[in-house]
Structure formats: structure tokens, C-alpha cells
Design a binder for this molecule. Structure first.
Ligand code: RB5
Length: 170
């Protein structure tokens, strides 16, 4: 299994500990940054991991920031991403069995390393239950498709491009 991981400065130390843990389990990890000793915007790093996941270069992603919340908000802007902040064993388990989470987000300022390792282990091993949960997720997919359509429908794209063209002209 290959995972994409990314963090900002507030999630960096926890990311480093979890990368070591994942590698000790034999999981392949691609780290999209950030590096140590830099203060960054979580958006710039989380988006790299999610875009790689959407290209199929990894099967799931784990993102780290101070709380896990900003990274979850970011990741859930991408179609097909079900990002779940988890803070204990129960949320880790149901994020997979009920929500079919494909992106775990963790908070470096709210979790200690041992708790985060437990969460990661459960999140990795728990299977999606399907059934009624699949029906619910399918309903979310319909909402996602309808709303993304509004934003990126061809007519909106044409409008956006001609506005940009007119702006350049003026
Ligand atoms: C960075 O200070 C902090 O705001 C960020 O890591 C994260 O917690 C945002 O959700």
C-alpha cells in the first residue's frame, strides 16, 4: 500500500513520527512536505498530496496540521475525496466502516504520538461496510456532482475565459 502524506509546520512533528511508524509497518509513503523549520500554509502541501491521490499515485492520504481541521476542509473541496478528521479509536473505525474515508486528517496540536498511531492503525485495517452506508455516500456523490457542475460547467468555463480575455483587453 502506498500513502501520500503532507503537513504544515503545526503537523510536522506528528507527521514525522507517523511516517516512521508507517514505514515500520511496511507501508510505502510519499511525503509532499513541508520540511522542518518552516512556517507554511497547510493548503499548499495538503493539495499536493490530494492531487497525487487523485492521479492514482497513492491509494489514500494522511494530512497533518494543528487540528486536522484545515486539512479536512481543504481535502473535501476535491471531488471524490472523503476526508475525515479523527481523534480516537472510535472515530478512526467508523470513518472507514461508515464513511469510506480515503483521507485521514490529524492534528499535531491535539494528539499525542501514541494516540495518533492507534488511530492510523485502525484507519488502515478497517474495511468499508458498504450497504446502507454506500447508499448514503452515493447520495453525497450526487450532491457533489451537481454542485461541482455548477462551478465548472462548460458554459461557466466559457464565461470565465471570455471575462478574463476582456479584462486583459481593458
Ligand atoms: C497553523 O497555525 C494552524 O492554523 C493550522 O495548522 C491548522 O490547525 C488549521 O486548521
Amino acid at each position: 500500500m502506498r500513502l501520500g502524506v503532507a503537513s504544515d509546520h503545526a503537523g510536522y512533528d506528528l507527521k514525522k513520527a507517523i511516517i516512521d511508524y508507517l514505514r515500520s509497518l511496511g507501508v510505502e509513503v510519499i511525503d509532499f512536505g513541508c520540511g522542518p523549520d518552516e512556517t507554511v500554509d497547510y493548503v499548499d502541501y495538503g493539495s499536493k498530496a490530494i492531487e497525487s491521490l487523485l492521479r492514482g499515485e497513492c491509494v489514500r492520504a494522511i494530512l497533518f496540521c494543528g487540528t486536522g481541521l484545515g486539512m479536512a476542509i481543504l481535502a473535501n473541496k476535491y471531488p471524490g475525496i472523503r476526508a475525515t478528521p479523527c481523534w480516537d479509536e472510535f472515530t478512526a473505525r467508523v470513518s472507514r466502516s461508515h464513511n469510506n474515508s480515503n483521507c485521514l486528517t490529524l492534528g499535531g496540536r491535539v494528539l499525542d504520538v501514541d494516540k495518533a498511531k492507534q488511530i492510523v492503525a485502525i484507519w488502515l485495517e478497517t474495511e468499508f461496510e458498504g450497504g446502507r452506508h454506500e447508499r448514503r455516500l452515493n447520495k453525497i456523490s450526487v450532491i457533489e456532482k451537481n454542485n461541482f457542475k455548477k462551478i465548472i460547467s462548460p458554459s461557466n468555463l466559457i464565461k470565465e475565459r471570455s471575462n478574463a480575455f476582456l479584462r486583459r483587453k481593458s
